[in-house]
Design a protein around this ligand. Structure first.
Ligand SMILES: NC(=O)c1ccc[n+]([C@@H]2O[C@H](COP(=O)([O-])OP(=O)(O)OC[C@H]3O[C@@H](n4cnc5c(N)ncnc54)[C@H](OP(=O)(O)O)[C@@H]3O)[C@@H](O)[C@H]2O)c1
Length: 279
């Protein structure tokens, strides 16, 4: 596995099939990098979503797939897993010469390659902090994708945050369980910390600020430190102190074990979705 974060200079035209949340996160990054809206082609059936693309990015999206898609060197598939196969049937004839990037959860590159008639394909698992340029995306490239193709995709997805390439497709199930679903785990912990703050007499605003800043600060410290999270935790946990009281309770309640088991459930679900939607 390797990590990278890349910014682009001049990119070729990029098409998006589906113009919802995830497409908008990537498009926002491309526009911020200076890519002209005229080089971004979007197919989006919903009028309201097309209006948002026009208002936010100056992009006139197409209501359905057509020959304009042939301009794109890269096609980003940002539709829901259950609509991918139909979307592929509508657009495949116009996109055969392009490199493809799927951000759809669960669907394997084997299924997608069969639907599109090409295996020049990268599968990515982004997460929602991509909306604020702080995303974490895991990527797997089929062997048919060359170094230039990977570099192009790194330029496009790098605008949404950090990238991590994995060398086996099934590791994307672990990426899904960790960083793909992970923002929801953070939000759940934030909810609990805020509730505890309220119970202890803080206002909602105070509890929110304290909890969110603590997650940001703790993450930043872990990112910059050469020490493991375990060592960082031990350093702030003096025996008999307040942190020790809380951590001891969490460990007695087997919170880490429950958390790990929960993430394995997410991994299992990722594999089930692949079997369900890949047919
Ligand atoms: N949001 C996340 O946190 C996240 C994280 C990782 C991966 N992903 C993946 O990203 C993909 C997109 O998610 P999203 O949250 O961006 O979904 P979204 O906001 O629902 O956007 C998808 C858009 O594509 C439209 N669409 C449906 N069929 C189409 C077709 N044939 N051609 C073109 N567009 C079509 C959808 O319309 P309808 O509503 O009518 O279907 C919708 O407006 C999903 O596969 C998801 O698994 C999302």
């Amino acid at each position: 596995m390797t990590t990278s974060s890349t910014s682009s200079t001049a990119l070729p035209p990029v098409a998006f099939i589906g113009g919802g949340n995830m497409a908008s996160a990537v498009i926002g990054g491309l526009i911020r990098q200076g890519m002209p809206a005229s080089d971004i082609i979007v197919v989006e059936p919903h009028e309201a979503a097309r209006a948002a693309l026009l208002a936010n990015f100056g992009i006139t999206a197409l209501p359905e797939a057509g020959s304009t898609l042939q301009r794109a060197a890269l096609v980003v598939w940002a539709v829901k897993p259950q609509t991918f196969k139909d979307a592929a049937a509508a657009a495949a004839a116009h996109t055969r010469g392009a490199l493809h990037l799927s951000v759809a959860a669960g669907i394997t590159t084997g299924s997608i390659a069969a639907w599109l008639g090409t295996a020049r394909l990268v599968r990515a698992m982004p997460n929602t902090p991509a909306l604020v340029g702080k995303g974490m995306t895991g990527l797997y490239a089929r062997p048919e994708v060359d170094a230039d193709g990977k570099a192009l995709i790194a330029s496009v997805m790098g605008s949404t945050g950090q990238l991590l390439w994995v060398d086996e497709e099934e590791k994307l199930d672990a990426v899904t369980a960790l960083s793909g679903s992970g923002p929801a785990y953070v939000f759940l912990f934030l909810e609990a910390m805020i509730q505890a703050g309220l119970d202890m007499g803080l206002t909602a605003e105070q509890a929110h600020q304290l909890a969110v800043a603590t997650f940001q600060g703790g993450s930043e410290l872990a990112a910059r430190s050469s020490e493991s999270p375990e060592v960082l935790r031990q350093r702030v946990t003096s025996k008999g102190g307040t942190t020790h009281a809380a951590i001891t309770h969490m460990q007695e309640q087997k919170l880490p074990e429950h958390f790990i088991a929960a993430m394995r459930q997410a991994e299992t679900r990722a594999k089930e979705l692949a079997a369900e939607f890949g047919r």
